[in-house]
Design a protein around this ligand. Structure first.
Ligand code: TYD
Length: 219
């Protein structure tokens, strides 16, 4: 049987990576074969693209059009080299960001035409769609606070996206919520301004509802 494909979306600091890892662990503990991926990245080509995008690797400004296409290129590679083969073999895939990040960040955030971003996504991913997209929703002020705290903790500066003004992050948050309204059968919105355990419990109830797992996994 084909595996299930679950994506996590949300603004900076919304806890996607933590929740994705916890979900992976819980699925694996229940005997589900599961792999994780992150965007941009997840393949050798994708990791090089990630460095280009986030750390100014090429030492020249990346124009916004290039940015869109690099995200799409990384995703196209990830779908064909990692996600599709895994799903076809019956594994589950948990992905930290996917196509909706481009619509939210480059569309709503940077101001590119949202429908065009959706078309570019469609081209990049072909017929592959998440079975569930978990949107970890967070107030922008809290999101920025968490982002700053994380950078201090890791003794690192802000990346290109984190340096954007708060209006950018506000547009992204609202954009995500619009997407969730547009595809209610795929999206589940979870308030992430709560203790992590509560968020994890809600993530688990969403995933359990996908079936095939509730009987096998603990808890
Ligand atoms: P990452 O370190 O993964 O951030 P986070 O922990 O918040 O996921 O960096 C990914 C950055 O790239 C993040 O700021 C969002 C941005 N991004 C886009 O702008 N468009 C996209 O399509 C994707 C996948 C990510």
């Amino acid at each position: 049987m084909r595996g299930r494909f679950i994506t996590f979306e949300g603004p900076e600091g919304s806890g996607k990576s933590t929740q994705a890892r916890r979900l992976m662990d819980r699925l694996a503990a229940g005997g589900v074969n599961v792999i994780s991926a992150r965007e941009p990245g997840g393949t050798r080509t994708g990791e090089i693209i990630r460095n280009l995008l986030q750390h100014d690797l090429a030492k020249e400004p990346i124009c916004p059009e290039t940015e869109v296409l690099l995200f799409a290129a990384s995703r196209a590679q990830l779908v064909r080299h990692v996600i599709e083969p895994a799903l076809a073999s019956g594994s589950w895939v948990v992905c930290d960001r996917f196509m909706d990040s481009t619509t939210a960040y480059q569309g709503y955030g940077r101001g590119f035409d949202v429908e065009r971003m959706i078309e570019i996504n469609d081209f990049a991913v072909g017929a592959t769609r998440p079975d569930a997209t978990i949107l970890l929703d967070l107030d922008v002020a809290v999101s920025l606070e968490r982002m700053n705290a994380r950078n201090v903790e890791r003794n690192q500066g802000k990346d290109r996206f984190e340096r954007e003004a708060s209006g950018f992050h506000e547009r992204i948050r609202n954009g995500y919520l619009e997407l969730a309204g547009r595809w209610p059968e795929r999206f589940r919105v979870i308030n992430s301004n709560r203790p992590m355990d509560e968020v994890s419990a809600e993530v688990w109830s969403v995933v359990s509802a996908l079936g095939a797992v509730a009987a096998r996994a603990p808890g």
